[in-house]
Design a binder for this molecule. Structure first.
Ligand SMILES: C[S@@+](CC[C@H](N)C(=O)[O-])C[C@H]1O[C@@H](n2cnc3c(N)ncnc32)[C@H](O)[C@@H]1O
Length: 385
């Protein structure tokens, strides 16, 4: 077997044994640990083949695995490479061609619906074709530059030979995937790794000076750091149901130089939750809800392959329960920022409708943040007041 055939065989073995219960990158890590003779180049090729396989979504799932792996390598790559040169030289010559030409060469069709079968569930305003086809492409890496360090960060990137695209807001920088940003910019307080769409949710915060804010599903605190950067003197409560993620948050806040906040574990669906809040009232509540994560499936394409439609209903009922329990803590005249990284209307518009139907809060602005046109995630964020 040639090296390239070996790569295909290893990728096929991974796909046969992967059940979707672990994130793919964890599974790959464990697989390579069991196969220590594979070097870093082998690992990169095999991982890429597996990721591209999953990027094809639900298209022709019955094809022999190795055939589908090659189709992924052709349709998801845009630069000629040694694997295609060895195994499919005529495809390699056309790898830079537009998708339609590639499909013609392969003699196949690739309907958007065949990649992503849930197109009728998408939120209004998402371009279904553009969205489905961008799943074939790995999204870019984004940083949010902090503390006016754009010039310094750009100098370091230039020195490392990395071309970054600076967005008009002068804080969002897109980088090629795989950029070792933590090595290139060792000063952690100069930037946060944060997707461009996630950064954009911050335009809805508008925190006043010395106002009280609650990031109620804070995870490791991406939105909270964004909020504190806009208004360092907000009084901030962060909660999450997971203790371990709040420990990450504390480390991340400390590296980012974020101080003066209160952190605690809270299950927003627990019967005793409201009592534990002691009638507190907030000028702003960020509800970045647990969701399907479907807007980020470009980064985790394996999720698309294993997702079951019924899960949308489960997420919606959790989101409604959490929203219902959080609403009483928004001060009169205050704001609730409802955010998901989902593309499904059931998790987005329908939950906002539920909030409006069950409170005095009304949608002020926001909606879908389409990331697919700039190599970013797709999110949904609405400010209600
Ligand atoms: C989408 S993530 C939040 C991401 C975060 N805001 C950020 O920007 O990094 C949703 C979070 O909700 C938390 N969560 C899920 N169910 C919860 C519950 N019942 N009560 C509180 N938090 C919950 C999860 O642990 C998860 O960290």
């Amino acid at each position: 077997m040639t090296r390239w055939e070996n790569y295909l065989a290893s990728a096929a073995k991974i796909i046969d044994t992967y059940s979707g219960s672990l994130p793919l990158h964890h599974f790959l890590k464990a697989f390579f640990k069991e196969h220590p003779y594979m070097g870093s180049r082998d690992r990169r090729w095999i991982s890429q083949l597996v990721y591209h396989y999953f990027r094809l979504g639900h298209w022709e799932r019955g094809l022999p695995v190795q055939e589908r792996l090659l189709a992924g390598a052709f349709l998801c790559e845009s630069v000629p490479n040694d694997l295609l040169a060895a195994l499919k030289p005529d495809w390699n010559e056309q790898v830079q061609a537009p998708l339609a030409d590639k499909l013609l060469l392969m003699g196949i069709t690739l309907a958007p619906q065949s990649i992503f079968p849930f197109l009728s569930d998408l939120s209004a305003g998402i371009d279904t074709n553009a969205y489905a086809y961008t799943l074939l492409k790995q999204p870019r890496l984004f940083i949010r530059v902090r503390n006016n360090k754009l010039d310094k960060v750009l100098q370091l990137l230039e020195k490392a030979g990395v071309a970054g695209e600076v967005f008009a807001n002068k804080t969002t920088v897109a980088l090629p995937n795989g950029t070792k940003i933590e090595t290139i910019v060792p000063e952690k307080s100069w930037y946060e790794v944060q997707d461009a769409s996630s950064q954009q949710t911050g335009t809805l915060f508008m925190p006043g000076k010395q106002t009280q804010w609650w990031d109620c599903c804070a995870a490791s605190g991406g939105k909270s750091i964004l909020l504190k950067d806009q208004q360092p003197d907000v009084q901030l409560l962060v909660t999450d149901v997971r203790r371990s993620i709040l420990e990450n948050l504390q480390q991340r806040f400390s590296a980012a130089g974020v101080r003066h906040y209160e952190a605690r574990v809270a299950d927003l669906t627990a019967p005793n939750f409201a009592a534990s809040m002691n009638n507190r009232q907030f000028d702003g509540v960020i509800l970045d809800a647990p969701c399907s994560g479907s807007g980020t499936w470009g980064r985790t394409p394996e999720s698309l392959a294993f997702f079951k439609r019924e899960e949308i209903d489960k997420y919606q009922s959790l989101q409604k329960r959490i929203a219902h329990n959080v609403i009483p803590f928004v001060k009169k005249g205050g704001a609730l920022i409802y955010i998901t990284c989902s593309v499904f209307k059931q998790e987005n518009e329908e939950v906002v409708q539920y909030i409006e139907d069950n409170s005095d809060l009304r949608r002020q602005e926001g909606g879908v943040i389409a990331g697919y046109d700039k190599g970013a995630d797709t999110m949904y964020a609405v400010r209600l007041s």
